[in-house]
Design a protein around this ligand. Structure first.
Ligand code: AG3
Length: 275
């Protein structure tokens, strides 16, 4: 009998992948945590039946949520990742030699444990001596830290359930205060096809705080619509004016991709041009 995992990406659209084996399935204090071995994408992590990451396409998302901001900053030493319990963003952050400490603030311990067990290629850097793993509420954590970080990355789930608070104007103000004077914020901001109101709101909220706000794109095949947005807010450095790129091994990101990711199709440009 064939076994399939399906995510309802919208109420009228699903993505389905054939499952070879269910590796893990349990309820944590926050959500349903599941790991599947799939034919198409290798090991897949789902939270509340929503695809978070897969072995085969994770590199796109994790490289793009990190290197754009880290190369934009002149000397990123202190980095905070909120969410991202699989460790993929931390792995990419630690490719930058300037980084002295990368803190992960993940609310759900089970996500970290399950990723360490079933997704070692993604979670491998969580044991690095520069990685500081905190199991805590990212909102509380950020309220207790002011003027401390060079880069803050929000690698959250969709804006439902435990992540709702990570998409609010109030939260962005806390992020702003937790950043140093030349700090940079970046968040995953969902699909330009299906989350247009959300993307506009985030853009406007960030424009009220940061002098430089930019949206950029990458293609993640397992996410709704495939085309994915990230929104960056910066106090000083402009991601379009980067001259120095750190040398490192990447599969998607490059200086050319860094620049081209900000070139937006008209329908996406419209989302961020209107206020
Ligand atoms: N964070 C989840 C991105 C949103 C995916 N949405 C969806 N599939 N409906 C990814 C965590 C990876 N570190």
């Amino acid at each position: 009998m064939e076994l399939w995992f399906s995510e309802s990406q919208t109420k009228d659209q699903k993505i389905s992948v054939r499952v070879l084996e269910t590796l893990y399935s349990a309820r944590s204090d926050y959500q349903e945590v599941a790991v599947y071995k799939t034919a198409q994408y290798g090991t897949l992590l789902a939270l509340d039946d929503i695809i978070q990451t897969t072995e085969k396409d994770e590199f796109v998302y994790h490289e793009m949520i990190t290197h754009v901001a880290l190369n934009t900053h002149a000397n990123p030493e202190r980095v905070l990742v909120i969410g991202g319990g699989d460790g993929g963003a931390i792995r990419e952050v630690l490719k930058h030699k300037s980084v002295k400490k990368a803190t992960l603030a993940e609310i759900d311990r089970m996500v970290v444990e399950v990723s360490k067990r079933f997704l070692p290629a993604i979670s491998c850097a969580l044991d690095d001596e520069r990685a500081d793993v905190q199991i805590c509420d990212g909102i509380k954590y950020i309220q207790e830290h002011k003027n401390e970080f060079d880069v803050i990355i929000v690698d959250s789930t969709d804006p439902i359930g435990p992540a709702v608070g990570l998409f609010s104007g109030q939260f962005y103000k806390m992020v702003y205060d937790a950043l140093k004077d030349d700090g940079i914020f970046v968040a995953q901001t969902e699909s330009p096809f299906y989350n247009t109101a959300l993307i506009k709101n985030i853009h406007n909220d960030l424009k009220n705080l940061f002098p430089i706000v930019r949206l950029y794109l990458a293609t993640v095949p397992t996410y709704p619509g495939g085309l994915w947005t990230f929104t960056l807010g910066s106090k000083k450095y402009d991601p379009l004016q980067v001259e120095h790129f750190d040398e490192m091994e990447t599969k998607y990101y490059s200086p050319e991709i860094h620049r081209s990711a900000f070139v937006l199709p008209n329908f996406v440009k419209q989302l961020v041009d209107e206020r």
